[in-house]
Design a protein around this ligand. Structure first.
Ligand code: HEC
Length: 104
């Protein structure tokens, strides 16, 4: 019984940690997105070599942003994107991802 409680507690804690990491604020993300517009467009539709970012899955967006921040290539033009992710905090990434996912 005691063991079961421990397992239950650690599952709740793990779920809580995931929740915090993904708790992006759409409004805060919108403000931070100002520097991204030039390439990805004001509504995230992208243009030419700049991919569309609107309406994508939050988990996917967080994942690629973390890769760019770490200097890992994602696509053929990652070198253009990496400098814009380098100085982002986990919270910035979560907020930006929430905002991008919220766009149509
Ligand atoms: C100088 C232009 C430029 C700016 C500014 C820029 N990006 Fe990018 N972004 C790119 C390019 C080019 C790619 C494609 C990179 C590749 O091939 O991996 C990209 C890719 C991405 C992707 C991956 C899209 C996908 O579907 O895989 C996301 C998400 C993204 N950018 C978000 C942002 C955010 C958020 C900002 C602002 C903090 C930003 N970008 C600023 C050029 C830019």
């Amino acid at each position: 019984m005691k063991k079961l409680m421990l397992v239950a507690a650690s599952v709740v804690m793990a779920a809580g940690m995931v929740g915090v990491a993904h708790a992006g604020d759409v409004e805060a993300g919108k403000a931070k997105y100002a520097t991204c517009m030039g390439c990805h467009g004001p509504t995230g539709q992208g243009q030419a070599i700049f991919p569309k970012v609107a309406g994508k899955d939050v988990d996917y967006l967080v994942d690629v942003m973390q890769k760019y921040r770490a200097g890992e290539a994602v696509g053929p033009n990652s070198m253009m994107m990496m400098p814009h992710a380098m100085n982002l905090s986990d919270q910035d990434i979560a907020d930006l991802a929430a905002y991008m996912a919220s766009m149509e």
